[in-house]
Write a protein that binds this ligand. Structure first.
Ligand code: NAD
Ligand code: DAU
Length: 349
């Protein structure tokens, strides 16, 4: 049998957004998505709605044309603000969240407020003004896999979140599904694996290690270091989200992943080697409570139904470029580094 031609496998109905709201567009993945849309779809206007928490930085979207990208500083939990800004837009792409597992363990409350209540307020606004909704979620809603399990997560894997963060994301996914079924909201959901690339906050694994080494501090590995994450370049996440927003089927969930499984210790050693250090020049620190062992995504549905493919398939090359980005942008990350490390020290990490 001949393989399907691209034009045969893509869904026939194409949604052409003109005026979108991107929540959390000053965070890591949201900002990379805003940059992706600005570059590839100059006819689309983008309103970034962002509270500018410790994780949001207007610099992340600096330099984009003001005629195309507008920043509204505000909270997704502010229903009155949503009443003012949602009308006139044809889609909401919802990235805004409290996103860091370690923070959710130390203080879960903002995770429930932003991730659950905030999503609820956005869904209500989208319903009232009949706006298409794409919800950004995570593979962590599925819990974890054993290191030697041959299976990967699929769209039908049961939900089994481990941390307050992943439980709050699972709750928000279920709200979206309920709004589709009960109110016919035109919504889609994507659950992606671990992103890396430019503009990622220094609290996260890869930027934390890179910036520590740049400051002459030994990087820190949790537990045994055997835990596996399934890495994807954030630009590949952006292209997948665009495909799902414009060609995905309403009510459907799509898993996004780029076959990038690696143990934390292997990533740590690669960073050290690429930065010219001995591969054992790191410290072991205490483990994260409830630490998920392994995430692994089967993105077959997205690839066969929408024809999506990742472009950044060479992880080492992507990591090298990411290291170069942090070396060239010290002024961007240095202000956040000391406070982040003070937080980690208080947790023994
Ligand atoms: P991030 O922490 O870097 O950015 C979050 C952004 O949301 C920040 O700009 C912040 O100011 C904003 N924000 C937080 N609370 C808000 C509120 N109440 N109202 C408005 N804005 C608010 O997060 P990220 O890593 O870019 O993750 C973005 C989304 O992608 C999240 O929904 C996350 O669950 C999901 N996700 C992340 C990954 C990953 O590897 N980082 C993987 C899969 C899915
Ligand atoms: O899988 C998707 C998820 O990936 C997203 O939903 C989350 O928003 C995102 O933060 C990320 O979650 P993780 O907990 O996997 O990412 P983090 O960067 O915090 O940690 C990656 C792995 O590295 C994890 O196994 C913990 C470990 N780690 C982390 C830090 C910060 C260390 O060993 N040392 C560290 O210093």
């Amino acid at each position: 049998m001949q393989p399907c031609r691209y034009s045969e496998i893509v869904s026939s109905e194409i949604f052409k957004p003109r005026n979108i709201i991107v929540t959390g567009g000053c965070g890591f993945i949201g900002a990379n998505f805003v940059r992706y849309v600005a570059r590839n779809h100059p006819d689309v206007h983008i309103t970034v709605l962002d509270k500018l928490t410790y994780a949001g930085n207007p610099q992340n979207i600096a330099g984009l044309p003001q005629s195309q990208v507008e920043l509204v500083q505000g909270d997704i939990c502010d229903a009155a603000l949503l009443e003012r800004i949602v009308p006139g837009h044809d889609a909401i792409v919802h990235f805004a969240a409290e996103s860091h597992n370690d923070n959710s363990i130390a203080n879960p409350e903002p995770f429930i407020t932003t991730n659950v209540e905030g999503t609820f307020h956005l869904l209500e606004a989208a319903r009232k003004y009949d706006v298409r909704f794409h919800h950004i979620s995570t593979d962590e809603v599925y819990g974890d896999l054993a290191l030697d399990d041959p299976r990967r997560f699929t769209e039908s894997t049961p939900y089994k979140p481990s941390s307050p963060y992943s439980a709050s994301k699972a709750a928000s996914d279920q709200l979206v599904r309920a709004w589709v079924r009960t109110y016919d909201l035109r919504a889609t959901i994507s659950n992606c694996s671990n992103n890396y690339g430019p503009y990622q906050h220094v609290e996260k694994f890869i930027p934390r290690q890179i910036t520590s080494i740049m400051e002459g501090v030994r990087p820190k590995l949790y537990g045994t270091g055997e835990n596996v994450r399934d890495w994807i370049h954030t630009e590949d996440h952006s292209s997948a989200v665009w495909e799902i927003l414009t060609r995905g089927r309403i009510g459907e969930t799509y898993l996004i992943g780029a076959d990038g499984e690696m143990s934390n210790i292997a990533v740590m050693r690669m960073i050290l080697r690429l930065m010219g250090c001995a591969e054992d020049a790191f410290d072991w620190v205490c483990d994260r409570p409830g630490h998920d062992r392994r995430y692994a995504i089967d993105s077959n549905k997205l690839r066969t139904e929408l024809g999506w493919r990742p472009v950044h398939t060479d992880f080492e090359a992507g990591l090298q470029a990411t290291i170069a980005w942090y070396a060239a942008n010290r002024a961007w990350w240095e202000p956040a580094k000391a406070a982040t490390e003070a937080r980690y020290r208080a947790q023994g990490q």
